[in-house]
Structure formats: C-alpha cells, structure tokens
Design a protein around this ligand. Structure first.
Ligand code: PLP
Length: 358
C-alpha cells in the first residue's frame, strides 16, 4: 500500500466479502457450469466503493486535508459521506439530477454537503465541476484515482485467498470510471509478479448499451474511447460517458485479450430479476455482468466449461425507482379474505408436490 502507517480508526469494516458458488438457476440463466459471485453488497455502504474510499480517506488524512469532495452518480458519494463522517471530515458531493433519492438521502444522513446539479449530462457535468474545482484548488476524488485503485486491488488478493489460487478464467466487471476493473487487474498483476499465480484471469468489460464508450470503441477496434453524452441508462451507477481512465482499459483489453459486452435496458432488467430470483437483490448496474456473460456464452466467446466470476458491485435497495419497472407480485387483501386465500396456496403447493393436504 502507498502509505507508511495506517490508522485503523477510519475503517468501517469493509472487505472480506463472500465469494460463493452461484445457485443452479443463475448458472442456467448464464449457461455457465462454473459460476461464482463476489458479493460486494456486503460492504458497509453496500457497494465495493468502500474499499477505495478507505484508501482515499487514509491519504487525505496523511495529507492533513479536512475536506473531501467527489462527483458521483450515487454510490461513491454515499461511501465518501460515510467514511468522511467517521473520520471527522467535511464531505462535498456533486450528483446529476437522475441520482436515486435513496442514494442522496444516504449521503445526507451522514452529514455530507450535496449539490444536485440539474442536468442529465453526467459526463459534461463532471468536466465542469472538475474545472471549477481546479480553479479553486479543491481536490476532487475520482472513481479512477490512484489511491482508490490501491483499495480495489485488495479484492484481487481476497479472490486469490478465497479460491486458494484456483482463479476464475473470466471476471465480469460492470465498468464506468474504470477504477474497479483497473484495481482488480492491478492486484492480479502484482500476484503474478510475486510468483503466486500463473495466468492472469481475463476481465470482461461490461457496459450498458446506452452508455458504452469503451465497449463500442473495442468493437470498432479503435484505440480511443467513443464518448457518450446524455447516455441515460437504468444502470445509473455505470453512466460515466467519457471516463478519463477509458483509453487505458481499452488498451489493456487488446493486450490481454479481454472480452467486452454491452447489455440493453431490457436485458439489464431481466438480469436484475434473474439475480433476485436466485437470491441476490442487486442494483441494475451490478446485474449487467450476468446479462453480458449470458450473451458471450450464446455467442461462443465463453465456453460453458469456463470458470466465470461475477462482481456484484452494489445493492438493489438504494434505487427504488428501478423496482417500478419490474412486475412485483404483491396482493392487497382484507383480513377476512386471508383464510380462503391461504388455503388455496397451500392446496396448490400440495398438488405440485403430490402430497395430500387435509
Ligand atoms: C461505481 C460503480 C460501478 C463502476 O465502477 P467504476 O470503478 O466506476 O468503473 C459499477 N457498479 C456499481 C454498483 C458502482 O457503484
């Protein structure tokens, strides 16, 4: 790590998240026999961002800063607000107007100063905020900052420990600012340099079709990303349309023979439902990996026998708006009607299992 000392006081208990075999229903959905999940929703603010926020705050402390600022669609702002609160730092967050109310409320309760900028053009807004901040000497923590990436690389070490070195062939990473995928890969490269692993796992760059600056460029074999302005997607956490770290990831994708795939809005919602039906309620951005793997298998780019890991990057409950786009089975009922309805359900369950219910 890039620090001499480390004040454990700033930790909120991030990391050490479960790595579990996917349930059969999800394996069938993706058409992969060996599928596992890294459940980053088990972090303190329910996204992987906490790992990088820990190292960012550690660095801010080392530099005697008392103000931390970020531009975020939600999760990073929430994470920074929480860690800032614990570290006793003032936190400033700039969000676009489409950031879910739940994420804004979460930042606010931690005491952050929030600016909800009235625009849907997140890439443009980010540029404008960064230019203003630079003029005034304010350092704005980015999703792809070098200290953040050091925090993310620990995930690779964790995966190495949890698989006892039997690493997956592919890791699907929903990608926006590129910090996560960069940090993960850096971790594996460091393990390889230390002689602890042989082959590097291949990353799968996953983006929403509506906002896919890296994957679109990859398909066209371009060396530079193709910016998406106003690239609205239900997967709001991956709506960075012009990521400064994008060209580096594009370059790595060519050099290390990675895969890249997009998912449509419908495919994202279907994947979110498939994950939820398998027991994992993740946000739309976090569900994109399963949709991408399903498509890559259908196309023959991934073999059914390949070992695949999905990064479940963030929780579903921080974006209730997206839930309105699913058909959720809730019945309104009076107390008087309960008994008859209950009997019907129990009778039908008995019919299915062939049991006789009296
Ligand atoms: C931030 C985020 C991503 C994208 O990570 P980057 O480091 O910006 O590429 C993916 N999923 C969720 C839930 C996120 O919060």
């Amino acid at each position: 790590m890039p620090f001499d000392g480390f004040d454990a006081e700033i930790s909120l208990g991030e990391g050490a998240t479960p790595l579990i075999a996917a349930p059969a229903s999800l394996k069938a959905y993706c058409s992969v026999e060996s599928l596992s999940l890294k459940n980053e929703t088990a972090n303190p603010t329910w996204s992987f961002k906490d790992r990088g926020t820990l190292t960012c705050i550690a660095m801010s402390k080392a530099m005697n800063e008392d103000l931390a600022a970020t531009v975020s669609t939600g999760n990073m702002g929430h994470s920074l607000a929480a860690y800032g609160a614990k570290a006793g730092m003032q936190v400033l967050v700039f969000v676009p107007e489409y950031t879910p109310a739940e994420k804004i409320a979460a930042m606010a309760i931690h005491g952050a100063e929030i600016f909800r900028v009235r625009t849907k053009d997140y890439a443009g807004m980010k540029k404008a905020v960064l230019a203003l901040a630079e003029k005034q000497g304010l350092r704005v923590v980015s999703g792809n900052g070098p200290f953040r990436v050091e925090g993310y690389k620990l995930t690779a070490f964790e995966i190495f420990e949890q698989t006892r070195g039997r690493l997956p062939d592919y890791i699907a990473v929903p990608t926006s600012a590129c910090g996560h995928i960069r940090g993960l890969f850096k971790g594996f490269v460091e393990l390889q340099k230390a002689g602890l692993i042989g082959d590097l796992p291949k990353m799968i760059v996953v983006q929403a079709e509506n906002c896919s600056p890296i994957v679109t460029a990859f398909r066209q074999k371009k060396r530079e990303i193709i910016p998406f302005y106003k690239g609205y997607t239900v997967a709001e956490a991956i709506s960075g349309g012009d990521p400064p770290g994008g060209n580096e990831i594009l370059d790595k994708a060519y050099r290390f023979a990675w895969l890249a795939e997009t998912v449509s809005e419908e495919e994202i919602l279907a994947s979110q439902a498939a994950l939820a039906r398998s027991g994992y309620f993740v946000e739309a951005a976090a569900a994109t990996g399963s949709g991408a793997v399903k498509k890559l298998c259908a196309a023959g780019s991934i073999m059914p026998s390949d070992k695949v890991l999905l990064m479940l990057t963030g929780t579903g409950l921080k974006d209730a708006g997206t839930l309105k786009r699913h058909s959720l089975n809730v019945r309104e009922i009076t107390p008087q009607a309960l008994e008859a309805e209950m009997r019907k359900i129990i009778y039908n369950a008995g019919e299915r299992s062939g049991e006789t219910i009296y």
